[in-house]
Write a protein that binds this ligand. Sequence first.
Ligand code: PLP
Length: 424
Amino acid sequence: MLNENFEKIPASYLFSEVASRVSAYQAAHPDQTLLRMGIGDVTKPLPPVVIQALHAATDEQATAEGFRGYGPEQGYAFLREAISDGEYRVLGVDVPADDIFIGDGAKSDSGNIQELFSPDATIAVADPVYPVYIDSNAMAGRLGDYEDGRWTDLTYLPCTEENGYKPPLPESRVDVIYLCYPNNPTGATLTRDELKVWVDYARENGTVLLFDAAYRSFVSDPSVPRSIYEIEGATEVAIEFGSFSKTAGFTGLRCSWTVVPDELKVEGRSLRAMWNRRQATKFNGTPYVVQKAAAAIYSPEGRVQVQEAVDYYMRNAALIREALVGVGIDVVGGENAPYVWFRCPDGMDSWEFFDLLLNRAQIVGTPGVGFGPSGDGCFRLSAFNDYKNTAEAAKRLRSLLGARSTDASSAGAPATSSTTGEEN
Ligand code: PLP
């Protein structure tokens, strides 16, 4: 009677284990201030233009003329057009408003999109991975069984230090590939030429690419594409997810978009028509006030305010990167992405390094092994934080890991920097 596939999905051990180690440490050391560098949520308040738009749209709801009930399931035209213009035309890419569907989060849409594919569609993910892509397919019964930390019917594309954390093409043909660039958790990016390899593969193999661009606003390098549609032919093979969460602080407000191009046809059928049908059946739209708030980021002041927040986080990212590189650790991310990823020093596994940072530097990060088998032995630090906390964390990282690189025998020595007086 129940969907047995839910039983197969392992509990999310990562975040509960992090929480339990952190609370045990805090109970034993109540005077220590922890620096939380594992945060995947924004830390700055919403930009002023967003707040103003929320107020104005809320006031409209108090009038007979301005009141809005159900809106279009696909989203209001004003926001779809603002995205077509403000996210795509600026890149020289034509993504018409009709191909854009407004949602309540890239998590929901990237989790729901698998409904368009048959129960036996073959799936590949870059590993380590944002877990939603896997778990949503596991719930649909597409991945076989979970054995020894892997799904038997899922193709893992390992991203390792050796390949620069860039996934190889699948060895045998798959129907659907999830790609996320800039990447969570690794912060790696693909150049235009590297992304073209995937688009060409998809065109040759009749594969659909599901491209998660939730972190696109962190890209500043012109050689790194913000959208897969910057690659010729991508509209024939790719669906793209965008989000206001990290771009504009909407993690609590909730607004996103999904592009399903009219040109994307599989077995002669239109995926746009299918997604439209799916949304019209199961979704009643993102709130009007939230869509107005999202559209406000494309005003001239909105653009400036959003960029300021991105720059703030990227200044944090640079601090973390420099601290690690300065003590001889090779990292990816932290450039064009708010996450920094690296192999744990001295052959430590992800949890040993987690404990070292917690106990010796009072820093909480995220063990890479929680994101998939190829994350084993790796670690993620996040730039979503207060600048002062990040600067303090960078100082502690240098102190703890620098001592290790000059004198291996002192690995694990306590950080010398102050552990009190942090501001939030
Ligand atoms: N996609 C990736 C890769 C993410 O890391 C996240 C959130 O951390 C999301 C999607 C979720 O975005 P949203 O807040 O729009 O649901």
